[in-house]
Design a protein around this ligand. Structure first.
Ligand SMILES: [Zn+2]
Length: 110
C-alpha cells in the first residue's frame, strides 16, 4: 500500500482582518432600538420621499440611511439621517449604492 508523501503544510500569512466588517450592520437592523425608531419615524413620515419628488403619494415601508450605518453608527438613530422610502425606491437606491447600475436618471431620455 503506497503511502502518499505528506506535503508540508503551507501556512500563508494569516491576517486577522474580518472578511467583511460591513456585515456587522445587520445586527443593528435587528435591534429593538432600530425597529422602534423605524416604526415611529414611518408613523410620522408615512410617504416615500422619492415618490413625493415625482408628485406621487406612496406609503413608505422602508427607512433608508443617508449616511450608512457602518460609516456613521452615531447617526443610526438620528431622524435627520434617514429618509422614508417605498420598497421600489429603496431597492433602487440600494442597488445604485452597490455600484450596480449607472447614474441614469428618469426623464433624461435615451
Ligand atoms: Zn417611492
Amino acid at each position: 500500500m503506497p503511502t502518499r508523501p505528506q506535503r508540508p503544510r503551507a501556512t500563508p500569512t494569516r491576517n486577522d482582518r474580518s472578511p467583511s466588517a460591513r456585515g456587522r450592520s445587520s445586527d443593528f437592523y435587528r435591534s429593538l432600538a432600530w425597529r422602534r425608531f423605524r416604526r415611529r419615524y414611518l408613523a410620522e413620515h408615512p410617504l416615500c420621499v422619492d415618490c413625493l419628488d415625482e408628485g406621487v403619494e406612496t406609503l413608505a415601508t422602508q427607512l433608508d440611511h443617508l449616511q450608512p450605518v457602518v460609516d456613521r453608527p452615531d447617526l443610526a438613530l438620528d431622524p435627520s439621517n434617514v429618509a422614508a422610502r417605498c420598497a421600489t425606491h429603496h431597492s433602487r437606491r440600494t442597488v445604485r449604492e452597490h455600484g450596480g447600475f449607472g447614474r441614469r436618471r428618469r426623464g433624461e431620455g435615451g
